[in-house]
Design a protein around this ligand. Structure first.
Ligand SMILES: C[S@@+](CC[C@H](N)C(=O)[O-])C[C@H]1O[C@@H](n2cnc3c(N)ncnc32)[C@H](O)[C@@H]1O
Length: 215
């Protein structure tokens, strides 16, 4: 999933502001207690998301795919005083664990954590978003993008995670079968790139983030 050689990755992390204590504990506890800890954004990507948020000073953020809340806590850092981050996850088994970290953070009053299917919840949201982070099931990325698009303000951003899919999207070989998730991400990346309503950059950080700015 990480494309950088280990020494470069270690060096980049060593010269990136450390995770503060709560994120460090969340990262550690997720690895100790929760299935599939590699889903968590992690130190370098987490600091990247936090910096984007600090740069933008958003009023409204939507996250699709909370997992244990690591990226939500990073994204919440730059919210303005009356800002709000809405984060949606379908997995109710993670709720108690995740909520405890939100409550222990300085952003508890700014985070609205919704359990449910994002495809059903997004159409009920009556908000205009500055920033959307898509990080849920890959087969529905295009659906989420289309559902959120009109809710994003002009100049706002949609960030979509894992678009390099461990490099599989760039390793397509003639005659070889393409698995479903890779096919979905190939189609999603093409759709983002061809969308005349945005400007985009595919940033090869961690598993790849598509950054789309609504023009
Ligand atoms: C990669 S994890 C999110 C990681 C998190 N954003 C982070 O960086 O720490 C993907 C999450 O999407 C959730 N998910 C999958 N399908 C979903 C759906 N239809 N609606 C909402 N969440 C969904 C999963 O339960 C899982 O927790």
């Amino acid at each position: 999933m990480d494309f950088l050689p280990q020494n470069i990755s270690d060096y980049a992390e060593a010269h990136t502001t450390a995770e503060h204590d709560l994120l460090k504990k969340l990262n550690r506890d997720t690895h100790l207690k929760i299935l599939q800890p590699r889903m968590l954004s992690g130190h370098l990507q987490g600091r990247f998301l936090a910096e984007i948020s600090h740069l933008m000073r958003p009023r409204r953020i939507l996250e699709i795919g909370t997992y244990t809340g690591y990226s939500a806590l990073c994204l919440a850092e730059g919210l303005v005083d009356d800002g709000k981050l809405i984060t949606i996850d379908i997995n109710e088994e993670l709720e108690t664990f995740t909520r405890s970290f939100f409550e222990a953070s300085a952003f508890a009053h700014k985070i609205e954590y919704i359990i449910g299917d994002a495809a059903e919840i997004i159409p009920t949201l009556n908000e205009v978003f500055d920033l959307v982070f898509i990080d849920a099931d890959k087969m529905n990325y295009t659906k989420y993008y289309n559902l959120v698009f009109d809710l994003v303000r002009k100049g706002g951003y949609i960030l979509s995670d894992n678009v390099l899919w461990s490099g599989k999207v760039a390793n397509i070989q003639e005659g070889k079968k393409i698995d479903k998730d890779t096919r979905n991400l190939l189609d999603f990346n093409k759709m983002c790139h061809d969308d005349p309503r945005t400007e985009n950059i595919l940033l090869p950080i961690r598993d790849g983030i598509m950054i789309s700015r609504k023009i």
